[in-house]
Design a protein around this ligand. Structure first.
Ligand SMILES: [Zn+2]
Ligand SMILES: [Zn+2]
Length: 249
């Protein structure tokens, strides 16, 4: 009688997976991005630090600001946005600022992998249709040259890989150098990004997701979303790693 592979039930399969994880952990452990302890290499985040992260639990569907209970905040009840809704991963507070600022200003590209993968985990829990394409918020070419990379594109890469979606980082351009939004008041921020984005001619998608690292007033993504709507994109989502509340109005 021919002897094939023995039957493997789910419990055995889990044991094999755990065993493989342990071997991988033993041979190639990761280092936690926040505390520096050894951890499983997939995320570079230990379980204790993960448990302390300020994941958003309930937030306004329209603007992503954290709310105690309801689905839409008071501000969005009386307002329409160029984007349909916002999905945020974290509230912007310690230790998330370490990850965002490290990625943006200290060249810590591994933080983008962590943020992108965690954001993908959240998005995979939804039942909604995924967009046709992911569009990272573009940097001005001079800022891109100074920094060497676009942090939103770096977050979008692992995200797109996990969700099996294409990224289009050439669809939109930022054609004016602007002051950093974080240095301005709310009204200055709106003025600062007015008319700074353009969409390449012939862009034909209907459902897209804009990806950004942090959202505070939302003026940057709103300005980009408005340009995309003007080009016929009817369903625009905004996916962000961290949602901040504006304090310097
Ligand atoms: Zn840790
Ligand atoms: Zn809202």
């Amino acid at each position: 009688m021919e002897r094939g592979w023995p039957d493997v039930n789910h419990r055995d399969a889990r044991k094999v997976n755990n065993c493989m994880d342990s071997i991988q952990f033993g041979l190639f452990p990761g280092v936690c991005s926040l505390c520096g302890d050894l951890c499983r290499p997939v995320l570079d985040l230990c379980d204790a630090c993960r448990a302390d992260l300020p994941f958003q639990s309930n937030a306004c569907r329209c603007c992503g600001i954290s709310l105690p209970m309801s689905e839409v905040c008071g501000h969005c009840l009386g307002e329409t946005h160029a984007y349909r809704h916002v999905v945020g991963l974290f509230d912007y507070r310690p230790p998330v600022d370490t990850l965002i600022l490290g990625l943006k200003y200290r060249g810590k590209l591994s933080y983008a992998r962590l943020l992108g993968r965690l954001l993908a985990e959240k998005l995979l829990q939804r039942e909604e249709d995924l967009p046709e394409v992911i569009i990272p918020v573009p940097l001005h070419s001079r800022r891109l040259q100074e920094r060497g990379y676009n942090q939103s594109l770096e977050i979008a890469r692992p995200l797109a890989h996990k969700l099996r979606l294409p990224i289009d980082f050439r669809a939109c351009q930022r054609h004016r150098m602007t002051a950093a939004q974080s240095t301005l008041t709310a009204s200055e921020r709106q003025q600062n990004v007015r008319g700074v984005f353009s969409v390449k001619p012939g862009f034909k998608k209907k459902h897209i997701a804009i990806v950004d690292d942090v959202m505070t007033t939302g003026y940057t993504v709103a300005a980009l979303a408005q340009q995309l709507r003007n080009c016929g994109v009817s369903n625009i989502e905004v996916w962000i790693c961290a949602r901040a509340a504006l304090t310097n109005t």
